[in-house]
Design a protein around this ligand. Structure first.
Ligand code: ZN
Ligand code: FE
Length: 269
């Protein structure tokens, strides 16, 4: 139960839980599947076997082990499967080095994905954006954008990360956002301190808490929802700016500084 495509679509989205809080996303039709960021092979192999799906591609957003750790084992079962990964990073078993604006063709799924360069969490991080057969848009964004939050800035700069998030924020509002971690509730707990007067945020917190109580994913999110509730996409909002500057006891003079203050606050939350 993850799919948010219309029922008439021949494609489906599935979030396979892995480790503590990772999701390994699968895009599949009745027979074939591509997998995104398989940090662990076992849950993917089990899902493929249970649903009698053939693996036809692996998409990687960045080099961290919780995203690439299962590639080698998957390839032992599916030796000829292409592995797409960012050209700027070292990815095990990569067959296709990709960069900004490349198109990944998935003929088995009758689907094409556009590669977005979204550095910040890592320096070569990419995201994949596409549409299903009903023209419904979706995004695999790895550890760049989370629901109510964003990835830690490990290798890039705050300015790069904000640019990357702005690029994602400009995608169609109805885009389904497939993030690689279930961090939503802890992000929203923090976001409520940033924007205690945001009614959409309060409503979404209730919704997300109910889903987690049933052990359901809160994802995929949408760009439209994130624009209303995610402080990292709201550095232009006065209440966000005020909260960020009062946390760091200094006024920010531009959006990058607001972003950096928020990121620092969240790191210490
Ligand atoms: Zn990561
Ligand atoms: Fe991760």
């Amino acid at each position: 139960m993850t799919n948010r495509f219309s029922e008439a679509s021949s494609l489906q989205l599935k979030a396979i839980p892995a480790f503590n809080d990772n999701y390994i996303w699968l895009l599949h039709n009745a027979h074939q599947a591509v997998v995104v960021d398989p940090g662990d092979a076992q849950p993917v192999l089990a899902f493929l076997a249970h649903h009698q799906l053939d693996l036809t591609g692996v998409l990687i957003t960045h080099h961290h082990n919780d995203h690439v750790g299962g590639i080698t084992e998957l390839l032992r079962h599916y030796p000829s499967v292409p592995v797409y990964g960012p050209a700027l990073e070292s990815i095990p078993k990569r067959t296709h080095a990709i960069q900004a604006d490349d198109i990944v063709h998935l003929p088995e799924l009758a689907c094409r994905l556009r590669v977005l360069s979204v550095p910040g969490h890592t320096s070569g991080h990419v995201a994949y954006f596409g549409h299903n057969d009903l023209n419904e848009p979706f995004l695999f964004c790895g550890d760049t954008l989370f629901s109510g939050g964003c990835g830690r800035v490990f290798e890039g700069t705050a300015a790069q990360m904000l640019d990357s998030l702005n690029q994602l924020a400009a995608l169609p509002p109805q885009t389904l956002v497939c993030c690689a971690h279930e961090y939503t509730l802890s992000n929203l707990n923090w976001a409520l301190n940033v924007e205690p007067n945001n009614d959409d945020l309060h409503d979404y917190y209730q919704h997300a808490a109910a889903l987690r109580a049933e052990q359901q994913p809160t994802l995929p999110s949408t760009i439209e929802l994130e624009l209303r509730i995610n402080p990292f996409l709201r550095t232009h909002i006065p209440e966000v700016q005020l909260s960020a500057s009062s946390y760091s006891s200094c006024a920010a003079s531009n959006p990058t500084e607001v972003f950096a203050q928020l990121r620092e606050w969240k790191n210490n939350a």
